[in-house]
Design a protein around this ligand. Structure first.
Ligand code: KIV
Ligand code: NA
Length: 278
């Protein structure tokens, strides 16, 4: 059965933290499911890591919906969260509800919106309509042009106070979860200490209820990852570029004729030819 919000809260109550990874396709969804990842997020990071864009801004609602369908088909157990892309909720509650419905119908169990107190009426309507909401505060990648780059947020005390106030407003509006991105550890701790909702950190603090990473970052596939990224391919061979190493070995073996070997080709016996996956 698919993980529910109450199951995530139960896990937290038992003293265990929540793991979240971004995921965009059925193949990785299955592997993450079997590996015990609690929550999968179709982030608008897909604009950058899947679509090859410079920012998350061009991602469309239908892009997210398509990838939600893919990961829903590929997994059975993890809780599924979908990002609402830039421009699909800022007009107000009615626009947000209309677009959130598309993502929920694609298979999401919760939608995530970037922003703070200004989203309170929008979050209230979604929650009243039966749509669980995850907030997203601190560094808001969809605000990259207003911010002038991807930078740690809340280093000055006025900014830190606003982040804490935004977290409070998002929670008061009824959000059940909150991503905190790229804020100093003490600020994140302050948010988490005051929060009763589930806090998910990325470049935030171990004090959060859980953590999220972008899949491509933690698999060592990103050219210049942020400081908050841990490359989990380190220790899996090839000094953290195990995936790239596999591609290099494949290209070399095809070039030299070392692949396919006799064990990878079908013999002349009719029975062996029939056994495609043997
Ligand atoms: O789009 C995304 O991948 C995200 C996570 C980094 C939280 O929003
Ligand atoms: Na996002």
């Amino acid at each position: 059965m698919r993980t529910t919000l109450s199951a995530l809260r139960k896990k937290l109550a038992a003293g265990k933290k929540i793991s979240m990874l971004t995921c965009y396709d059925a193949g990785f969804a299955r592997v993450m499911d079997e590996a015990g990842v609690d929550t999968l997020l179709v982030g608008d990071s897909l604009g950058m890591v899947v679509q090859g864009r410079d920012s998350t801004l061009p991602v469309r609602l239908q892009d997210i919906a398509y990838h939600v369908e893919c990961i829903a088909r590929g997994s059975r157990r993890p809780f599924l969260v979908a990002d609402m892309p830039f421009g699909t909720y800022q007009e107000g509650p009615a626009q947000a509800l209309r677009n959130a419905v598309v993502l929920m119908q694609a298979g999401a169990q919760m939608v995530k919106l970037e922003g703070g107190a200004e989203l309170a009426p929008t979050i209230e309507l979604l929650v009243r309509s039966g749509i669980p909401v995850c907030g997203h505060i601190g560094l808001l990648p969809s605000h990259v042009h207003a911010l002038g780059g991807y930078r740690v947020q809340g280093k000055e005390s006025a900014e830190a106070d606003r982040i804490v106030a935004d977290a409070r407003a998002v929670q008061a509006a009824g959000a059940a979860m909150l991503v905190i991105e790229a804020v100093p550890d003490p600020v994140a701790r302050q948010v988490c200490a005051a929060a009763s909702l589930i806090t998910i950190g990325i470049g935030a603090s171990v004090a959060c209820s859980g953590q999220v990473l972008v899949m491509h970052d933690m698999l060592g596939l990103t050219a210049s990852p942020a400081k908050f990224v841990k490359n989990y391919m380190v220790g899996a061979g090839a000094e953290g570029d195990a995936v790239a190493q596999a591609f290099r070995r494949y290209a070399q073996e095809v070039e030299s004729g070392a692949f396919p070997g006799p064990e990878h080709v079908y013999g002349a016996a009719p029975a062996a030819i029939g056994a495609l996956y043997g």
